[in-house]
Ligand binder design. Structure first.
Ligand code: ADP
Ligand code: MG
Length: 328
């Protein structure tokens, strides 16, 4: 039995991936799911959202410190094998696999393992390297009896992300409503199809694998539009112009269906339109908690308190939609 993996992916940065993974992991755990969350972005923004600086410092500084995701896979770059990761308990149902700025150092290892995993030599090591993140996350999930694994990645189409996506059962695409997000979206579908196909070939090539491997399903379950990417100085018309092209572009690029004229709120592939949370964002960062858990003690009073309640409802609806798409 493997634990389903859901990855938030877009090669465009600043579209709200990390913020979504952070908030949804809290919401899923609040809804009774046991969650492991994995930070695969070498920028480690997700880890910084969960842990304070002293804590992160103690993770990264010590020579023989706890195992971040990088330290757990690092032995593969020498003669060793994957190690167990040190999970951080965030609440009684939510666990973080800490990210690591050193993770960028694993990119090269993954790049060279990629062609080797198609060869006719011993396939053990290349496959071990290629699926290292998945192996680590699955072992961690089994350890805490998790129902799902959420993954945050950086904004690129590099080898770390290819490995992350090969280990993903489901993909959610966070988007902004602007030219660059739409261009990114056009690359996204073909990239996912290419990775899926190339992984399938590798699975066929290794007839008797000596350990469990991910299927490389990468099933797209929808997109989330970030409304906050509207610059306040820009007219609403500009936002509408881009946002109304998202449903058709998503269908063409990701689902290979014909372009349709639709608004996101009429589109079943649109999982949510995220509001701009304004001053609740720094308030939540300061309190190191999700926006929807802010209290009057954190400064959420009056209109802010009402916005917190709305945010709770919005994230609850989104989390339930995602769960029903995954059928967990
Ligand atoms: N709904 C939102 N309302 C306001 N600000 C947001 C919202 N979602 C994300 N942000 C902010 O936008 C910036 C980019 O978001 P982030 O989650 O880091 O994107 P990514 O991971 O895609 O680069 C961050 O400063 C974050 O705090
Ligand atoms: Mg991010």
């Amino acid at each position: 039995m493997t634990t389903p993996v859901l990855t938030f992916f877009n090669n465009k940065g600043g579209v709200g991936k990390t913020s979504l993974v952070y908030h949804l992991s809290w919401m899923f755990s609040g809804l009774g799911k046991r969650v492991v969350v994995l930070d695969l972005d070498p920028q480690a923004n997700l880890t910084a959202a969960f842990l304070d600086e002293d804590d992160i410092d103690s993770l990264w500084e010590k020579e023989k410190g706890p195992n971040t995701i990088y330290r757990a896979v690092y032995p593969l770059t020498e003669v060793g094998d994957i190690e167990k990761v040190t999970l951080r308990a965030i609440n009684r149902r939510l666990y973080l696999i800490p990210g690591d700025v050193a993770l960028a150092g694993f990119e090269e290892e993954l790049s060279s393992a990629w062609p080797e995993s198609m060869g006719d030599k011993n396939l053990y090591r290349p496959f071990r390297i290629q699926t290292a993140f998945w192996q680590v996350a699955q072992a961690a999930a089994e350890n805490v009896n998790a129902d799902l694994i959420l993954v945050d990645v950086g904004p690129n189409l590099g080898a770390i992300n290819r490995s992350a996506l090969i280990g993903s059962d489901y993909v959610v695409v966070p988007l902004g409503a602007d030219l660059f997000s739409l261009q990114g979206l056009k690359n996204l579908g073909p990239t996912l199809r290419s990775w899926r196909g190339l992984w399938k070939k590798r699975l066929q090539n290794w007839i008797e694998p000596s350990f469990e491997l991910p299927e490389g399903k990468m099933q797209p379950i929808g997109y989330i539009v970030q409304q906050y990417s509207i610059r306040l100085s820009r007219p609403v018309k500009a936002y509408d112009r881009w946002v109304n092209r998202v449903p058709g572009t998503y269908r063409q690029s990701v689902l290979r269906e014909p372009f349709v004229e639709l608004k996101p709120d009429e589109d079943p592939n649109c999982l949510a339109t995220m509001k701009h949370y304004r001053s609740l964002v720094p308030m939540a960062q300061e309190a190191r908690k999700p926006i929807f858990q802010l209290t009057s003690a954190d400064g959420a009073i009056g209109a802010h308190a009402a916005a917190v309640t709305d945010a709770y409802r919005d994230f609850e609806i989104l989390a339930k939609r995602i769960l029903s798409a995954m059928k967990t």
